[in-house]
Design a protein around this ligand. Structure first.
Ligand code: GDG
Length: 462
């Protein structure tokens, strides 16, 4: 069997993959099956001008090869082009995007460095799988170094409509770079449709009915591979004795009978201020919820060096403080806002103990939290998932209460409906949602992507 080579911006700590979330777990399983290689940034930042050396470590049957970034690389490639331009633009936020030539140059430079360091590690029969927006031009850099192996790309975030993408100065270069892959995977059919529309409307390509597209002289496979979670492992985590203890503690320490839970990286795409406002309105419009309902929000710190992230943090602290000041009492804190990372087993327990899972991003590639919330529920007394219609997960999870996250009143009404929903309706909705996340779990995701890569091996036209 061909060896699998995974390349991502950051390498997860394989020894702690159960704490790192769905992606790491899914990829580690796939790598172990073929005895693979994982290549990426190890997390270190070194002084400018330092010679970049690859560190190699073998963990079980997986080889982990990592490189550091220089200070300029970190500023220009990671913070700059990846997170001040591509991240906002691909989440439809042109208003937050910063366009800067130094950033583009840094992005190209790091992709070239990745290609230089990766080439000597490759074997002729490898299947190469590159992840996410940090590494769009990597296949093209590898092709320029005569790498002929099959290369796939999976975009974890949305692919924006052409009207938005074409506002970036580098749009044509980015899409041309994508044509160097053999397989491109998107989270949803909406993302794939946006990619198709770009090719057709910018007159760059042709779409065939079998999922192939012809663009910039190459024929490639472009398809939808919705990412999933390891449902059984997460469900199990929510039922350990430690999880039971967490749930017991939570019930003992609070007088509220219903908990609404939100768990997100603290990111402006996740719709947290709108969510807090909707909760404030729930207390205002339905006074019976006072002292009876609590919103618990875990907001994991992320990209704190960026101004947009500091701003969202201040905004949230302001809104939660105002709600707690207006509605709280000596024995009740309406919003419990936790701005730090919480261990995964505690998260699983919190999901299980909460009557409502609130997942309301303004735009999201998929959103694994929605699937984790479903996985953790008790089948005979499940909670209700409120899900933004702008999360990729909504394409399949139609039995959740789907909401427009910008419409604060609509989210308020969905919260009230969730709290008062009959047990029969909760069970009925959960049964269908659970079957869906089981069918499209993490294993299905990587198996179907890798099989598309294998099938394309003989189909691609160079
Ligand atoms: C990108 C795309 C796409 C959160 N807080 C803590 C913690 N988490 C875990 C969650 C979940 C993961 O992090 C977050 O995954 P999401 O999918 O919700 O969002 P992104 O990080 O934005 O991921 C997204 C994903 O890639 C996969 O393709 O779904 O659309 O944006 O697993 O549980 N984990 C721990 N402590 C926390 O405080 N341990």
């Amino acid at each position: 069997m061909s060896r699998l080579v995974v390349i991502s911006n950051r390498i997860a700590d394989l020894t702690k993959s159960s704490q790192s979330g769905g992606l790491a777990v899914a990829l580690v399983d796939a790598l172990k099956a073929t005895g693979g290689l994982w290549f990426g940034w190890g997390g270190d930042i070194v002084g400018n001008g330092t010679k970049i050396e690859t560190s190699i470590e073998n963990i079980d049957s997986v080889t982990v090869a990592s490189v550091p970034l220089t200070e300029d690389d970190y500023d220009q490639y990671y913070l700059g082009f990846s997170n001040k331009e591509l991240w906002p633009v691909f989440h439809y936020r042109l208003d937050l995007a910063e366009f800067d030539t130094d950033h583009v140059n840094g992005y190209r430079r790091v992709n070239q460095m990745f290609a230089d360091k990766l080439c000597p590690l490759l074997k002729p029969d490898d299947l190469i799988w590159i992840h996410d927006y940090h590494l769009i031009p990597l296949a093209s850099e590898l092709r320029q170094r005569n790498v002929g192996q099959t290369i796939g790309f999976f975009l974890h975030i949305p692919f924006p409509p052409p009207e938005i993408l074409s506002a970036t100065p580098e749009h044509e270069w980015l899409v041309r770079s994508l044509a160097s892959y053999d397989v491109i995977g998107f989270q949803t059919s909406n993302d794939l449709a946006n990619f198709h529309r770009y090719l057709v409307e910018e007159e760059k390509g042709e779409i065939f009915t079998d999922g192939r597209v012809h663009a910039y002289g190459r024929t490639i496979q472009a398809d939808v591979f919705p990412i999933g979670i390891d449902v059984d492992a997460f469900a199990e985590m929510s039922r350990t004795p430690e999880a039971e203890q967490q749930i017991e503690n939570l019930r003992r320490r609070t007088i509220a009978r219903a908990h609404i839970i939100g768990v997100d990286r603290l990111d402006y795409t996740k719709g947290l201020p709108e969510r807090f406002k909707a909760f404030g309105r729930l207390l205002e419009s339905y006074p019976a919820n006072n002292k009876a309902v609590t919103l618990m929000q875990v907001a994991q710190p992320t990209r704190e060096d960026l101004e947009a992230y500091a701003n969202i943090r201040h905004e949230l602290e302001g809104i939660s403080g105002a709600i707690n000041g207006n509605f709280g009492d000596f024995d009740w804190t309406p919003v419990r806002y936790i701005h730090r990372s919480v261990s995964r087993d505690v998260l699983a327990a919190l999901f299980r103990a909460s009557m409502v899972g609130l997942v309301t991003p303004l735009r999201d590639g998929m959103n694994l939290v929605a699937k984790e919330y479903i996985a953790a529920q008790e089948h005979d007394n499940p909670g209700v998932l409120i899900l933004s219609k702008f999360a990729g997960a909504a394409e399949a999870l139609q039995e959740a209460l789907l909401v427009n996250p910008y419409d604060v009143d609509e989210v308020t009404e969905a919260m009230q409906k969730s709290i008062t929903m009959s047990r029969d309706e909760r069970i009925e909705r959960h049964k269908i949602l659970f079957a869906k996340i089981k069918q499209h779990d993490a294993h299905h995701w990587h198996d179907s992507f890798i099989s598309a890569l294998r099938n394309s091996r003989h189909g691609a036209v160079a």
